[in-house]
Design a protein around this ligand. Structure first.
Ligand code: ADP
Ligand code: ADP
Length: 228
């Protein structure tokens, strides 16, 4: 579903962020990218939705070289969840969740219906929370809205950059478990960046272990941990 072929990224200042990455993520697979800060995880992920362009190599999504896909069209096929979910502060939770469907031309009623379904799916009752504003939610709840919004247009691919990094450990574990149940139902192809090895192990079908611009190991959690 996602395939990297010899992908490198050198930033204009000469920093090599990733160097000759080749790997594949299967349809419906959740791969966690783990490793210390600065080793190229975020760069890897942002090349998939063309927020960053590779210097060399190519990336295929669903067999298609993404260099030939209009970035705006590409991002409709790819959901994106980040640590500081950028919700629009002056829009309600329901409207925030309906943003993407509206942008891609769904009728308002259908977009809002879909948004309510998704809020339900991430454990936020739309009747209670739909009409609130982002500042009236807890950090954990805002992350849930971030996930709902990323899923709104039903993209086959989901990119997550430290999605649960900004909440306390207890909430984080709850969000991780919730996301795993959700993923069991929706089966997205997921790339998820984390610097937390426990999270990588708990969440990943496979783990890409990064070290300085390269993937040093790419395997199932048990193998990465050395427990057969
Ligand atoms: P990670 O997500 O693993 O923390 P990043 O992909 O953010 O790593 O960064 C990889 C390397 O590229 C780091 O050395 C970082 O400083 C560098 N880098 C990231 N973004 C830029 C940029 N816009 N310009 C120059 N260097 C960058
Ligand atoms: P979580 O475990 O999801 O992080 P919290 O324990 O932080 O939740 O919040 C508990 C409850 O308090 C939630 O139902 C949330 O709606 C409410 N709440 C949190 N922050 C605010 C706020 N700024 N305004 C109104 N309600 C809030």
């Amino acid at each position: 579903m996602i395939r990297f072929e010899q992908v490198s990224k050198v930033y204009p200042d000469g920093t090599t962020a990733v160097d000759g990455l080749s790997f594949e993520v299967a349809e419906g697979e959740l791969v966690t990218l783990v490793g210390p800060s600065g080793c190229g995880k975020t760069t890897t992920m942002m090349m998939v939705n063309r927020l960053i362009e590779p210097t060399s190599g190519r990336i295929l999504v669903d067999g298609e070289d993404i260099a030939g896909i209009d970035p705006v069209r590409l991002r409709r096929r790819i959901g994106y969840v980040i640590q500081q979910v950028g919700l629009f502060p002056h829009r309600t939770i329901l409207d925030n969740t309906a943003t993407v469907p509206s942008l891609i031309g769904w009728k308002r009623g259908r977009a809002r219906e879909r948004a309510a379904e998704l809020l339900d799916l991430v454990g936020l009752d739309p009747k209670t929370y739909g009409s609130r504003y982002p500042a009236q939610l807890s950090g954990g709840q805002r992350q849930r809205v971030g996930v709902a919004r990323a899923l709104a247009a039903d993209p086959p691919v989901l990119l997550m950059d430290e999605p649960f990094g900004a909440v306390d450990p207890v909430v984080r574990e709850r969000l991780q478990n919730e996301f795993l149940s959700l993923q069991a139902a929706v089966r997205k192809t997921v790339l998820m960046v984390t610097h937390d090895i426990e999270e990588a192990v708990r969440m990943g079908d496979r783990i890409a272990v990064y070290g300085d611009g390269r993937i040093e190991q790419f395997d199932k959690p048990a193998t990465v941990l050395g427990t057969p």
